[in-house]
Write a protein that binds this ligand. Structure first.
Ligand code: BG6
Ligand code: MG
Length: 211
């Protein structure tokens, strides 16, 4: 039975802009410039690893305790942004595709690195479309490790070989393949070269195109 597993940030919602604003506020405070182009490097990357990349850009050293504190501060600001999200922030074409999956009884899960998944799901109303959620609160290994996608399949009782993953990051495509799943890239085909298929977004996308 076909199962669809979705990354959240950058696939279903555009939360990257809030991650950017929150990291930028930290960079401002630390006294260096953090651009939107720099932010591309943080997509799909765990919170701590993101901080490490940010500090490398700013050439700043921190102790582990300082890192914990800085990541915490960023997360508080990020949560203040996403707690104001609305269903209008679901990306184009996504809801139509999720409705089609539901009408065909195709099982769905979230497979996201984010520990803030449940807040975004609630705020946008996306939770009603999903049978299971595997997120950063349940796994210890970040993509490209396949753990989060395998967890999603396990929660649904699905065989990995029947799962199709939707991802906007290279690390996520690799994670899907390492899990023994198919991977559909959302975004630029020159970046997501390893994907089995790349689409720009979900507008006009349907199950027939999957089969
Ligand atoms: C990923 C995002 O989905 O989740 C990353 O693409 C983010 O940018 C990561 O760092 C962890 O998210 P959070 O919400 O737990 O800080
Ligand atoms: Mg993503």
């Amino acid at each position: 039975m076909m199962t669809c597993i979705f990354d959240l940030d950058g696939v279903l919602v555009d939360s990257a802009k809030y991650h950017y604003l929150a990291w930028k506020a930290l960079a401002d405070k630390l006294g260096f410039v953090f651009t939107e182009q720099d932010n591309e490097r943080l997509k799909g990357v765990s919170r701590m690893k993101s901080l490490e990349i940010l500090l490398e850009i700013g050439k700043i050293n921190m102790t582990d305790a300082e890192k914990e504190e800085a990541a915490d501060e960023k997360n508080k600001l990020y949560r203040s942004y996403i707690s104001k999200m609305t269903p209008e922030e679901i990306l184009p074409g996504v809801e139509d595709f999720l409705k089609e999956l539901k009408s065909l009884n195709i099982k769905t899960a979230i497979g996201s690195a984010s520990k803030n998944t449940s807040l975004i799901m609630e705020r946008t109303g996306l939770d009603k479309y999903f049978d299971a959620i595997a997120d950063g609160t349940m796994v210890s290994k970040a993509k490209p490790d396949p753990e989060v996608f395998l967890k999603g399949a396990e929660l649904l009782g699905s065989d990995p070989k029947d799962c199709i993953v939707f991802e906007d990051s290279e690390a996520g495509i690799e994670a899907a393949h390492r899990a023994g799943m198919k991977a559909i890239g959302i975004g630029d085909e020159n970046v997501l070269k390893e994907a089995d298929l790349v689409i720009k977004n979900f507008v006009g996308f349907n199950v027939k195109m999957l089969r």
